[in-house]
Design a protein around this ligand. Sequence first.
Ligand SMILES: Nc1ncnc2c1ncn2[C@@H]1O[C@H](COP(=O)(O)OP(=O)(O)OP(=O)(O)O)[C@@H](O)[C@H]1O
Length: 312
Amino acid sequence: MLPVAVANTASGPVKSGLPPVKPGLPLSIFEPVPVGIDEFGMQVLIRLIWRNLLIGGEPGAGKSALLNVLVAYAALCLNCKLILLDGKQVELGQWRKCAEAFVGPDIAQAFLLLTRLQTMMDNRYAFLLDAERRKVVEKIQTRSPVTGEVIWVPDAFLPYVVAIDEIAYYSATVGDKKQRDSFSELLRDLVARGRAVGIIVIAATQRPSSDIIPTSLRDLFAWRFAGRCTNDSSSDIVLGRGWVEKGWSANMISPNNPGAGLLIAEGGSPQLVKTAYLDDRTCAAIAAYAAGLRAEHRAEQQRNMRLLPPAV
Ligand SMILES: Nc1ncnc2c1ncn2[C@@H]1O[C@H](COP(=O)(O)OP(=O)(O)OP(=O)(O)O)[C@@H](O)[C@H]1O
């Protein structure tokens, strides 16, 4: 087994010695996700569930590559759904067959999609309130309607991983000002309130300055990864103000080292990480495998539904 780095998670450290990933497939979005290695060669994991991640850095820093690693993991988790927004289309396009929705360079569609997610989020909160619960979990305890035994079953609804490659495309480039502002407001609401109901936003941007994403939105991301930044101020914009003064700047990363960056969690301190990298062929192979796995799972669920006795 590989040694595991003590990652600075927002919900407490992922302890050294924790098994990296449970062997076998499918994976679980409730488990910490391997993202790369630290400077000692130890594996770095991040817990995405109930969290959001902002990925920043200059062009070519490795933002899309990290996004692809995370989307690949999520695609192999049958206990989560995928939503993809990609202005360039080709960065996340390979995963579209694994996703519930894939939006390309269309602000109207992006707006509609986020509106539907917001409605779903509100419905989920109404459900949780009714069930006297506070958040979505992997499994809940219930009694078997057949035997009366206490059993564990998957929660009523699945987490959603919402991956956005280049927020700026939707928040500052296409459409008119009203559409762009509405997009940013919706995204802010999802990032602020979506965590407990399992909405995980992973968003990449070249520079998360206030003209691209409102500061009120940027500050809500619990996890942040700064790939190489063109200057100290950009690094502080991604990681949060004050880290450059304490000696942590993603400007110090070599331009010849894409995928290297500083990873920080809410309340933690930055950690130098080299992210894992999946080339196009590997992404295509994983995406095809994951799409097959998901189709098989859907078919099995439909078969099981048909076996249920009719509702009275
Ligand atoms: N972890 C990594 N290890 C090795 N090479 C990497 C890694 N991440 C990225 N690269 C290399 O850097 C190139 C640029 O990466 P990527 O497209 O992810 O950058 P980006 O920050 O998304 O750029 P842009 O903002 O222009 O979209 C990749 O094509 C790949 O060759």
